[in-house]
Design a protein around this ligand. Structure first.
Ligand SMILES: [Zn+2]
Ligand SMILES: [Zn+2]
Length: 253
């Protein structure tokens, strides 16, 4: 599995994009940094977009990706999420007001995008990947994803504060090689983190105990950029073995 990090922050400042992974060149996980990082040809090679939840930092580039590639595609761009998330996207983004309803725009005998529901509790086939999801603990309906391809599996937390279901799903996966997990705020702002459905380094430490797989690589994303240094210091203080993502990494699992 080839994983390119296109965005790794919880907000946008110069040099930093929001949450976004590109897997095997054709599946995007959350629509943060797509159009800032990829050429139009690379954008046209994307066939599937997985969305964890409908918050703006995870969906805004759906609009611009679809706009950039709609005339060059030979099939619909598939947007995958649990039904609850798709309903919000349809009502509030692709609603002919904020953005055109691209599920109804046919340029060459097929719609520009198709909304595809991910079933709960089963393996969903998304392009080359097998995808399972667990609901996370966030103010809006939100999913964390387990992605499998050949001999490797990775976990992508999306946005969440403490939760058991996500970590149980990861713990049960024998091929798990890495977890991409959010850590949005420093320990000092723990009450704000919990109130807004996010993790701090201290809360992350307790979540990793639930995973109980010390050999699995831990990749940190969704840091609010103004707290990067403080989050980094807190992670060191808790002796959490991890990599804070800058938004430009590439991994092979
Ligand atoms: Zn969110
Ligand atoms: Zn977010």
């Amino acid at each position: 599995m080839d994983v390119r990090v296109l965005g790794s922050c919880g907000s946008r400042v110069p040099g930093h994009q929001t949450s976004c992974l590109l897997v095997n060149g054709e599946v995007v996980v959350d629509a943060g940094g797509i159009t800032a990082k990829l050429s139009v040809d690379e954008q046209a090679a994307i066939n599937h977009v997985l969305i964890s939840h409908a918050h703006l930092d995870h969906v805004y580039d759906l609009a611009f990706l679809a706009d950039n590639v709609m005339a060059s595609r030979t099939s619909p761009l598939s947007v995958w999420a649990p039904e609850e998330v798709l309903t919000v996207l349809k009502k509030n983004l692709f609603n002919d007001q904020i953005w055109p309803d691209l599920t109804q725009v046919n340029l060459a005998g097929f719609p520009v995008i198709e909304l595809c529901s991910l079933e709960e509790g089963v393996i969903n086939k998304v392009g080359p990947l097998e995808v399972c999801w667990a609901r996370t603990n966030h103010p809006v309906f939100s999913a964390g994803y387990l992605l499998k391809h050949a001999a490797a599996a990775i976990l992508y937390s999306g946005d969440t504060t403490t939760t058991d279901e996500l970590w149980q799903m990861a713990k049960d996966e024998e091929k798990l090689q890495a977890v991409f997990v959010e850590t949005s705020f420093p320990d000092r702002l723990a009450s704000l983190a919990v109130e807004t459905g996010h993790l701090t380094p201290s809360l992350l430490a307790s979540e990793l105990v639930k995973l109980d797989k010390s050999q699995v690589a831990v990749k940190i994303f969704h840091m609010k950029p103004q707290y990067l240094q403080e989050i980094s210091s807190d992670l060191k203080a808790h002796r959490i073995s991890c990599q804070i993502l800058s938004g430009n990494e590439r991994f092979t699992f």
